[in-house]
Design a protein around this ligand. Structure first.
Ligand code: ZN
Length: 140
C-alpha cells in the first residue's frame, strides 16, 4: 500500500525499511529495535499500542503520501540518489567509465553522474523521471 512511497523516500535519500511481507508484529519489532517511524495505511496497525511512532498515511496517491510525510517531519533537505531503491543500501558514486557496460547506450551518452549499489550491484543515474517528480512535488 505504501511501496511507491517507500521507493520515493529512498530516491530523496531517506533510510526506509520496506517489505510487503512483514507481519504487524514484525513491523513493530523492527521499528522499536531500529528506532524507525512506522508509515502505514493500516488503521489497525496505527491503533496498536507501542513505543514506535506510527504515522497513518491518508491518501492512496503516492505524491500526496510523499507530501504528507515531508510536511509531517518538516523535511526540506534531500540527498538525492544516495540510497538503493531496491535494498536501501547507501550508494557509491562511480566514474562514468565504470558503468559503460552496465547501462543502455542512450543513458551513457546523456547522463554524467552515476552511482552503484555495493550490495545488489544496481546502477543509478539522475534521470528525467526524478526531475519531473521533484518539480511536481515542488522540491526543486
Ligand atoms: Zn541495492
Amino acid at each position: 500500500m505504501v511501496g511507491k512511497l517507500a521507493r520515493w523516500l529512498r530516491v530523496l535519500g531517506f533510510d526506509v525499511a520496506y517489505s510487503n511481507k512483514y507481519e504487524d508484529d514484525e513491523i513493530i519489532r523492527i521499528a522499536e529495535a531500529e528506532n524507525r517511524v512506522i508509515l502505514t495505511r493500516d488503521t489497525g496497525l496505527d491503533a496498536r499500542p507501542g513505543q514506535a511512532q506510527c504515522i497513518l498515511i491518508e491518501s492512496g496517491d503516492h505524491e500526496d503520501q510523499i507530501q504528507q510525510v515531508l510536511r509531517k517531519f518538516g523535511l526540506k533537505e534531500f540527498d538525492m540518489f544516495s540510497r538503493c531503491l531496491e535494498c536501501n543500501t547507501s550508494l557509491q558514486k562511480v566514474d562514468k567509465e565504470a558503468v559503460f557496460e552496465k547501462v543502455p547506450p542512450y543513458v551513457y551518452l546523456t547522463q554524467e553522474r552515476f552511482a552503484v549499489c555495493p550490495s545488489c550491484d544496481r546502477v543509478y543515474w539522475h534521470g528525467t523521471h526524478a526531475d519531473e517528480m521533484l518539480k511536481r512535488l515542488r522540491l526543486s
